[in-house]
Design a protein around this ligand. Structure first.
Ligand code: FAD
Ligand code: UQ1
Length: 420
């Protein structure tokens, strides 16, 4: 079949949520997902795997089992986008045509983006990164082997997905050192390119308390540019002092690589000058091609790139694209930028950050989520994977807003519940 009512590019979090929803609306063989990978990865599980809380294999499932019945899986990579003629060219030379297109290709984790990173990951057991199914397995053993010295955790230049993740793995490691008698022999340092620990003040204030209490060193404006594993050195450029280089010796180095749009997407006519799919930030419709929408990490929506954001986007997108397919306006539902980041601060403790485009907290629960809580740790480690596999990928989870059927009511009610 070479023309589909709806083509979704990418079978990750966003692609599955959208294709499952529309398979229900449009029926069999009208929706196709283009996805080259054999595997679907539940990436929010990687922090738990890095901390030794869960087995990383439980976060990888066969893509063939994930794509909904009624959706055609086109197992190929989309290499060329021709939106003027509603055509996508695949890496096998085939062409696929669509009436409507949803872009959900995610963001590329760029292991080549830091000099010496790949060599260090391959040759030095003290350099680790949770950012792939293959490398996440090495993180917890390295934390267990660490017997003191400098443990360094890095955060690259933005944009990245889940901006809390690079510090969650640090807090778990620090807690592990504490519980296993090595903490007093260790210096734990967080090196971030940002001027602050987190972008939203309420949660940044809470995290600064954690950092102080746990004696973690915070190096802001530090940009990791090179790893010299033979001399066990991490080399940073100071973003606030151009030309200043800082060399830190490490005994454990956890690296969050930089991220960027995939080349095929970046060179397509669908993106803005930064290489991300160019959408109206409220309706999720493409700014130039009205039959194109986008969701998740591949888009230029100015909010934190998370699965939680995708859940909220998926219900907005389904309503607006559904209306467009029925000849109605595509601007009824409006996305407020809702995103969430469960900030694990220790084994059994989590701050649940939730906020909108303006960085204003939009909390779901009627308690102060800026406090470290055990309930929120279980929400992240047990409930979220369950929700993801059983509802999210099947297109039944539209974010916490759905419990209050009116978007407006939901917004007001959540605002009332924010404890400053
Ligand atoms: P992905 O899920 O990455 O999927 C993109 C898909 O597109 C891939 O399958 C890829 O193969 C495919 N693709 C790429 N290019 C092409 C092409 N040319 N043709 C066809 N297919 C293509 N989010 C939370 O909400 N809570 C958390 O606690 C959380 N923790 C995280 C921790 C870590 C360590 C990481 C890495 C992420 C975390 N996230 C979290 C973020 C969340 O995982 C992502 O935001 C989400 O998975 C993005 O979904 P997506 O569909 O945009 O992209
Ligand atoms: C969420 O919806 C989601 O996607 C399924 C996540 O990714 C795994 C999350 O981490 C969070 C926190 C949410 C938001 C859900 C609630 C109940 C606050």
């Amino acid at each position: 079949k070479d023309n589909y009512k709806l083509v979704v590019v990418g079978g990750g979090s966003g692609g599955l949520a959208v294709s499952s929803r529309f398979a229900r609306k449009l029926g069999k063989n009208n929706v196709a997902v283009i996805e080259p990978s054999e595997w679907h990865l539940y990436q929010p599980g990687w922090t738990l795997a890095a901390g030794g809380v869960k087995n990383p294999d439980s976060f990888r499932r066969s893509e063939s089992k994930m794509i909904s019945k009624g959706v055609d899986w086109i197992k190929a990579k989309a290499t060329d986008f021709q939106p003027e003629s509603n055509t996508i060219v695949l890496d096998n030379g085939d062409k696929v045509k669509y009436d409507y297109l949803v872009m959900a290709t995610g963001i590329k984790i760029d292991f080549d983006g830091i000099k010496g990173l790949k060599e260090a990951l391959a040759n030095d057991q003290q350099v680790v990164s949770m950012y792939s199914h293959e490398t996440v397995k090495n993180v917890f053993p390295a934390i267990q082997r660490f017997k003191g010295g400098n443990a360094i955790f890095t955060f690259p230049k933005v944009p990245i997905k889940c901006p809390g993740a690079p510090q969650k793995v640090m807090y778990l490691a620090e807690d592990y050192f504490r519980k296993n008698g090595v903490r007093d022999k260790a210096t734990v340092t967080y090196c971030t390119t940002l001027p602050v620990i987190f972008g939203v003040k309420k949660y940044a204030d809470a995290l600064m308390e954690v950092v102080k209490e746990r004696d973690i060193k915070l190096n802001t404006q530090h940009h990791l540019i090179e790893i010299d594993y033979k001399n066990k050195q991490a080399i940073f450029e100071r973003l606030d002092q151009p030309g200043t280089i800082v060399k830190l010796n490490y005994d454990l180095l956890h690296v969050c690589p930089p991220m960027k749009p995939f080349d095929e997407i970046k060179k397509s006519p669908l993106v803005d000058q930064t290489g991300y799919v160019d959408l109206d930030k409220h309706t999720l419709q493409h700014k130039k091609y009205p039959n194109v929408f986008g969701i998740g990490d591949c888009t230029n929506l100015p909010t934190s790139k998370t699965a939680a954001a995708i859940a909220a986007q998926s219900s907005i997108l389904a309503e607006n694209l559904g209306n467009l397919m029925n000849g109605k306006d595509a601007n009824k539902a409006k996305y407020d930028g809702y995103t969430s980041c469960p900030l694990i601060t220790a084994y059994g403790r989590t701050i649940l950050a939730e906020f909108d485009y303006d960085g204003k907290p939009l909390e779901t629960f009627p308690i102060n989520q800026g406090k470290e809580r055990r309930t929120m740790f279980h929400l992240k480690s047990d409930f979220m994977p369950f929700l993801y596999w059983n509802a999210f990928v099947k297109g039944y989870w539209g974010g916490p807003g759905i419990y209050l059927c009116y978007q407006k009511l939901a917004k007001n009610s959540r605002e009332h519940r924010v404890y400053k």
